[in-house]
Design a protein around this ligand. Structure first.
Ligand code: PLP
Length: 389
């Protein structure tokens, strides 16, 4: 029996994987068991931002493996302290809470926001939002098919239109927090106007609500700035991080500003694994690599090259290329959902992530060689020709 068939018998069928079994990776490339190469423009959904097999990650992991693996948060360990120090030093935050995934950092953000908001309970989220799969995060996620089977979801969540001034009128004194992706990823790579994000910030201040920036996908240099909210020149009160934080190891973080910290006391929240010494040591090395000015300066030129090549290669088949930096969405004039197009791209040896509607996401490593980016565009053009028959 093929290993893929075994996989389908033993793994819960929550995804629709193709047959090949991936075994190794280097930079933008991954290989399967038969040594077929695939050009990976997903980075494991915005996770391996330094590429597969990045020496920084590998070396930190080896060093970390020689130290303590786990102690729980009953005790201090040096890597978590050093990582939190670096995150505080390079953000608006005063404190950091570590956890293990994106959805978990969203859950914690909602809890900390309600804790700091006194009697207020309501959380405002936006159409097209994706914040995760656990109950709190799902209650703030605008995806009917993901929500419906699990209802009832927790109450106190209010959906408002994204990048629309009507949203401002829905934020009043009963709102504990407004949660926004400064750049929506799963929702179809939607870029809000910076002035709308600024207006959200102002409205939150007017009514005393907290602003939560979910930067799990768009943060940590993906847009060419360390934090995506920098593009709008605002600061949130809480920020959620995960995906690229530990270079491929599972880790999340909740960054907490001064308005939240005073409400927190021992026992209000916790995590057995969060910020363990092994992941935190790797994350510290990754964080320094991701905030490196040279890496950051290379993001926009790569995005420009990619955008130009996409416009040239896809011509009339292209509706739009959108995004900021290397979180890029390609909307195609093809009558296929994103998932079917991603599957066709796989047949051309190109890994792409689907987003909502007919949008494909291109999420290369932030240090991707130009030649790999151009090769990805060639393979996408071939995919489009194949889909048009
Ligand atoms: N928030 C955003 C903006 C995301 O893009 C995602 C995942 O795609 C999540 C939260 C959930 O993260 P995780 O899959 O690590 O739980």
């Amino acid at each position: 029996m093929k290993l893929a068939d075994t996989a389908r018998q033993v793994l819960a069928p929550t995804y629709r994987q193709p047959d090949p079994i991936l075994t190794r990776g280097e930079g933008c490339w991954v290989w399967d068991e038969d040594d077929n190469a695939y050009l990976d423009m997903t980075t494991g959904i915005a996770v391996t931002s330094l590429g597969h097999g990045a020496p920084v990650v590998r070396e930190a992991l080896i060093e970390a493996a020689n130290g303590l693996t786990h102690t729980s948060n009953l005790y201090f360990t040096r890597p978590a302290i050093e990582l939190a120090t670096a995150l505080v030093e390079h953000s608006f935050a005063d404190r950091v809470f570590f956890c293990n995934s994106g959805t978990e950092s969203v859950e914690g953000a909602i809890k900390f926001a309600r804790l700091a908001a006194g009697d207020r309970r309501d959380i405002v989220y936006f159409d097209g939002a994706f914040h995760g799969r656990t109950f709190g995060a799902l209650a703030a996620t605008d995806r009917e098919a993901s929500r419906r089977p699990f209802e009832p979801l927790p109450g106190g969540f209010r959906r408002a239109p994204f990048d629309d001034d009507i949203a401002l009128t829905m934020i009043d004194e009963s709102v504990a927090a407004v949660m926004v992706e400064p750049l929506q990823g799963e929702g179809g790579v939607r870029v809000p106007r910076p002035e709308w994000l600024r207006a959200l910030r102002t409205r939150c201040d007017e009514v005393g609500a907290l602003l939560i920036a979910d930067e799990i996908q768009c943060g940590l240099s993906r847009t060419g700035r360390l934090w995506a909210h920098e593009h709008a020149d605002i600061q949130p009160d809480i920020m959620t991080l995960a995906k690229p934080l530990a270079g491929g190891l599972p880790m999340g973080a909740i960054l907490l500003g001064p308005r939240v910290v005073d409400a927190i006391s021992p026992g209000v929240h916790g995590s057995t694994f969060g910020g363990g010494p092994l992941v935190a040591k790797v994350a510290l090395a990754v964080f320094h690599a991701l905030r490196d000015p040279e890496l950051l300066a290379g993001v926009q030129p790569r995005a420009d090259l990619l955008r130009k090549a996409l416009l040239e290669a896809l011509g009339n088949d292209l509706i739009e290329v959108r995004g900021v930096g290397l979180l890029m969405g390609v909307a195609l004039r093809l009558d296929h959902p994103g998932r079917a197009m991603a599957r066709a791209a796989f047949e051309e040896g190109l890994l792409l992530a689907a987003a909502s509607g007919n949008v494909l996401r291109i999420l290369p490593p932030l240090n991707a060689p130009e030649a790999d980016l151009l090769e990805a565009v060639d393979r996408l053009a071939r995919t489009v020709r194949r889909l048009k028959g």
